[in-house]
Design a protein around this ligand. Structure first.
Ligand code: HEC
Ligand code: HEC
Length: 278
């Protein structure tokens, strides 16, 4: 009980006045694709009835940038990834498009990632770098580098509008358990867990931010503050750092497990990739 009291105090210190929860706007992209931004929480979530996309917590101005692909600043990066897709790289003299006729062939894949492949929990970044090494003889891309996240966004866009649907049973179960434990672990001097902020306190203002449920259905996400696409692991790092804790590395096994667990809390929400956030 003591720990709970400390966490509640920390939240009270950094959080401002309570705002109403998510707003009730509809996310319709390009006047044609309606996305699910609110749905019943997946059965494994014990403390939450309804899950909401982070889009529902943003200001009207930020929300508007996601309504039309011509206004979405992330689309420049998606275009760059399309160029990379057709660019020869590595000792084998191949580009992605030497073997993959079109990116549309990746539709649905992002909804199921991360997933266990050959006995290892595999993210999209792993997939891409593995492929670059094996199929192309090319150097790996940096996890949160522009090339990597642009490619993850391009592949994710092919699944936009489809529901997140990661598997948490079978071979995935031990990773999922590890990620869940991390989600409820209190980090840093502030002794705050992901759950303290994103499960117990969503809807509140924390400094200048309207706290969401910390969903990852829009990643990679264009952050206006950083003026670039940011990876899931980069966001996790930032959030843990905010509790004044040492954090894990991008691409670490810990963050892979956390990614699986957080993704499973988004199961049922539409993929929004690439989303726009403050
Ligand atoms: C030499 C041929 C070759 C090249 C070059 C290549 N791939 Fe692949 N790729 C394959 C084959 C074959 C598969 C299916 C078998 C597998 O999963 O490994 C595949 C599968 C994939 C998948 C998973 C598809 C699915 O639905 O499971 C992704 C994503 C992917 N490739 C992305 C890329 C990207 C991005 C590049 C460029 C950076 C690339 N590939 C370059 C041959 C290639
Ligand atoms: C001190 C409170 C706090 C803690 C603890 C915290 N976050 Fe966050 N997080 C924020 C704030 C503030 C934002 C920006 C506003 C928002 O989207 O909720 C954010 C944003 C996010 C986002 C982006 C959501 C979107 O829609 O783009 C994700 C994902 C996320 N957090 C995951 C996590 C995870 C995983 C943990 C635990 C490792 C965690 N956060 C811990 C405060 C916190």
């Amino acid at each position: 009980m003591k720990k709970v009291a400390i966490a509640a105090t920390a939240i009270a210190l950094i959080a401002g006045p309570t705002l109403a929860g998510p707003d009730d706007d509809n996310l319709v992209i390009n006047d044609e694709t309606t996305l699910v931004t609110e749905t019943a929480a997946p059965a494994h979530m014990e403390n939450v009835d309804t899950i909401y996309s982070g889009w529902r917590f943003r200001t009207d101005e930020t929300q508007a940038l996601q309504l039309d692909d011509f206004d979405n600043p992330a689309m420049i990066f998606v275009d760059q990834a399309m160029d990379l897709f057709n660019t020869v790289d590595g000792t084998e003299g191949k580009s992605c498009s030497s073997c993959h006729e079109s990116v549309e062939g990746f539709a649905g894949l992002s909804a199921t990632m991360p997933k266990v492949m050959n006995g290892k929990l595999t993210t999209m970044e792993d997939f891409i770098n593995g492929h670059r090494a094996k199929a192309m003889g090319a150097e790996p891309w940096k996890w949160s580098g522009a090339e990597m996240q642009s490619m993850v966004a391009l592949i994710g866009l092919q699944s936009r509008g489809m529901p997140m649907n990661v598997a948490i049973d079978g071979e995935a179960a031990p990773y999922w358990e590890q990620g869940k434990e991390m989600y409820y672990t209190r980090y840093g001097q502030l002794e705050l867990s992901c759950a303290n902020c994103h499960e117990e306190s969503y809807g509140q203002m924390i400094r200048a931010d309207h706290l969401s449920q910390g969903q990852i259905n829009g990643f990679p996400t264009y952050r206006l503050k950083q003026a670039k696409l940011i990876s899931r692991h980069n966001r996790f790092r930032g959030c843990i750092r905010d509790t004044r804790a040492e954090t894990f590395a991008e691409g670490s096994d810990e963050f892979r497990a956390l990614e699986l667990y957080v993704a499973s809390r988004s199961n049922g929400l539409s993929i929004e990739t690439p989303a726009v956030r403050q």
